[in-house]
Design a protein around this ligand. Sequence first.
Ligand code: GDP
Ligand code: IMO
Ligand code: MG
Length: 423
Amino acid sequence: MAVKVIVGSQWGDEGKGKITDILAEHMDLVVRYQGGNNAGHTVVVGDKTFKLHLIPSGVLYKECCCVIANGVVIDPEVFFGEIETLKKQGVYVTSDQLKVSSIAHVILPFHKLLDNRQESKRHEEKIGTTGRGIGPTYTDKVARSGVRIMDLMCRERLAKKIRKHQWELLLPDHELDIEGIIDQCHELGKKLAPFVIDTSLFINQAIDQNKNIILEGAQGTMLDVDHGTYPFVTSSNPVSGGACVGAGIGPHKIDEVLGVVKAYVSRVGEGPFPTELHCETGLRLREKGCEYGTTTGRPRRCGWLDMVALRYAIRVNGMTEICLTKLDVLDGLPSIKICVGYEIEGQLITEFPLDVDDFTSAKPIYEEHPGWTEDISSLTDFDALPENAKDYVRHIELVSGVRIGMVSVGSKRDQTIHLLQAH
Ligand code: GDP
Ligand code: IMO
Ligand code: MG
């Protein structure tokens, strides 16, 4: 019986979906606590690939209840679209299995328009957002002008909120039909009603009943609005602390924090990335790792593992365990580098710099590890790994000071090495 947070340790796309799905087999609840459909979590089962954006990655297990909690921003159209897509793939999701918070904020058509307009005006300062309206929706939430799920149920209240909002100030030339949007949102609200509950109450009752719960983070630590590479971040708190606020539970209810760590690093969108590889090896990681955005299809930037950033992520999340993913993507590389420090203005820095300008100018200092030639994607036993692969994993564990409990060597469920004992 445990409450476990799964967090992305880097810039997202670490494989949180795969790991959540594997663990969900023994879970009663899987809860999304922040972000929205900017997330793209892939779960591969047999020859089927599921791309989940809003619905928690526990959905493939009928016995596992999925919760979209208060900290998530919800695009109702996307919500129903995802249910339809799952249905086409043979997964039937009903309101018995899926719960939505009544106080989660709603992504409106204005937010999506604004997200894209703001991006196009940023020129060199572009963030490279997913264009899903995430930033503007969280902006409205904090400005206390947002629309919440419960508002969709009452046309009068919804109309008052939407009409009162001064969209014209932000989007002077918008051609959106405000009254049409009110009608459309109200209709979606009525359709949503059976799914809507007080999710904090529901989750806390499940905790009291000793249920097994995963709080599934979206994005990653380095995209956290507080702890990430601001301003090149998302607008919510993917870190483990965000799970308390975003799900409405107390910090002492969390037992474990599992950090999903890619064996190298990827980033999609703009922003500094000291270990990025602009060479053949970077392209090789992208192609072998299929590093193309699950949500936008954009090619992901790839580079070496950054231990300075990882130690920082371990600290700000209070990580208790690591799951190392995509180790197989490193197969065949003659040598593998790990960044152990930065040179910033002639100084050796080993703690993550909070000033984004320092991080932008950081030159990585590497240590080099020998690679392996074998294909490891079918191995399920740690001892069967090539010596150099074992050393790479052990080294990461040693330097990070956090136990590696799982190593993933492929996108499928069975391409996973479970490490229960010390190795
Ligand atoms: P998430 O956003 O953290 O859930 O990650 P994504 O689903 O966006 O991206 C991870 C990608 O890598 C997906 O295509 C997964 O199917 C795939 N994947 C996950 N784990 C592994 C692994 O260990 N090896 C390989 N080769 N692919 C993996
Ligand atoms: P998952 O959950 C990778 C990035 C965008 C952009 C920045 C801000 O699949 O790991 P936003 O639309 O959130 O305002 O964009 O954050 N980003 C992600 N990158 N994986 C994600 O989610 C991401 N969600 C947002 O590319 O740089
Ligand atoms: Mg993703």
